[in-house]
Design a protein around this ligand. Structure first.
Ligand code: ADP
Ligand code: BMX
Ligand code: MG
Ligand code: CA
Ligand code: ZN
Length: 359
């Protein structure tokens, strides 16, 4: 058996110790800058790759890495192309300087963005109204020129899926889907361990699965998309509508006159027994659930991972709808909320760490 002596050498205590320490030393400081551009926020982070200490106890186990957000920067996503690019570069430069002081070796920049993205070219092909002036945009070149670093780009939902595959519930799961709720609804599909991009980089735009023939208008120009029912912006629209009709305020609720009405108020109102707010949220949960049933019937994943601000809120309604409406063969799947702090940012960083540290 040729493998036996090799294994023995690898597990020899002194050698094992030395390997563990080396890998710790190398990987703890290997870092990426991650950028996430959403319908509301622009975030940048320094993300380092960390090997958990349990690796030291078991040299034969696979190296399981964790992405650690060392420092994070948040701003509103500007409304114009020029302001946005300027702010991205400014935030990245600041993060790069901080990374040097924090002893993080930056290997590259990973960008997660709303819109259809060609990752090979580093170009945002097209965006809905959720991000204005963000179509046919080469995002790689300006960042790469400013920082002299390699740049990887993908859609934010796709990045969230990459994060789940590397650091989250999706680790070792061959087929899974993720749905991320923020201002809009993003999606990512991992099939046979690989992300699906489709023929024109429009696969896994799961927010635009339609669940009614008419339904509310969507930012994409169509109607009845799950994003138009269940996203942050859709819930805010409904909260505003109820507020205009003087139906939002519920006893026990803190709602100041000048405060902008948001999804948070709608959820609070429903919790305090407001039947109109409750009805809106039920419709939202049903729409998302029905959309997910369509996904189950199309790609039959083993797991659906929900992430973003509304994930835990939707977990149970989605399970219920699956039980009521999915074909029995597709029903037996896990629905879970992500445990990752910032899936889109971590996924953006994983593109850098995966490519830059590959041997
Ligand atoms: P982006 O869409 O820019 O990626 P986020 O993922 O940060 O942004 O989500 C912002 C959206 O989530 C906004 O629409 C905001 O109103 C909504 N939101 C923020 N916090 C909460 C919360 N606690 N509950 C419900 N919705 C929230
Ligand atoms: C929109 C669309 C998706 C994106 C999703 C979630 C654009 C600009 N965005 O459906 O590509 O994945 O929003 O984005 O076309 P977020 O703003 O909620 O993070
Ligand atoms: Mg987002
Ligand atoms: Ca996607
Ligand atoms: Zn749509």
């Amino acid at each position: 058996n040729l493998e036996e002596p090799l294994q023995k050498t690898f597990c020899f205590p002194a050698v094992k110790d030395c390997i563990s320490q080396d890998i710790d030393h190398i990987l703890e400081t290997q870092s990426a800058l991650a950028v996430d551009l959403g319908g509301t926020n622009l975030r940048v982070a320094i993300v380092s790759m960390k090997v958990p200490s349990s690796f030291k106890d078991n040299a034969s186990s696979q190296i399981q890495c964790q992405g650690k957000i060392v420092k994070k920067y948040s701003q509103s996503n500007p409304k114009t192309y020029e302001e946005r690019i300027d702010l991205i570069l400014k935030m990245c430069k600041e993060a790069f300087i901080d990374a040097v002081h924090l002893n993080c070796r930056v290997l590259g920049v990973g960008v997660s963005t709303g819109g259809r993205v060609n990752p090979q070219d580093g170009v945002v092909l097209h965006s809905t109204k959720l991000i204005q002036e963000w179509s046919s945009v080469d995002i790689r070149t300006p960042i790469s020129n400013a920082l002299h670093l390699p740049v990887w780009v993908d859609n934010d939902g796709n990045c969230a899926a990459l994060a789940e595959r590397k650091f989250g519930h999706g680790k070792g799961v061959e087929n899974f889907v993720t749905i991320i709720t923020g201002t809009g609804i993003g999606g990512g599909i991992v099939q046979h361990n690989e992300l699906i991009h489709g023929s024109t980089f429009c696969a896994a735009e799961l927010g635009h699965i339609m669940v009614s023939l008419d339904g509310p208008e969507c930012m994409c120009g169509s109607r009845g998309c799950i994003e138009a029912y269940a996203s942050g912006i859709a819930l805010q629209r409904e909260a505003k509508r109820l507020n205009d009709e003087d139906q939002l305020f519920t006893e026990g609720m803190a709602l100041k006159k000048e405060e902008p009405v948001s999804a948070v108020h709608l959820i609070n109102a429903a919790r305090l027994g407001n039947p109109k707010a409750d009805a809106v949220l039920r419709t939202a949960g049903t729409a998302l659930g029905v959309g997910i049933v369509n996904i189950l019937h199309m790609v039959n994943p083993a797991m659906v991972i929900l992430s973003g601000v509304l994930a835990s809120f939707y977990e149970n309604p989605v399970r219920q709808i699956i039980n009521q409406r999915a074909l029995s063969s597709a029903r037996d799947i896990q629905v879970m909320s992500s445990e990752l702090e910032e899936p889109a940012l971590l996924g953006a960083a994983s593109m850098v760490l995966d490519y830059a540290t590959r041997r």
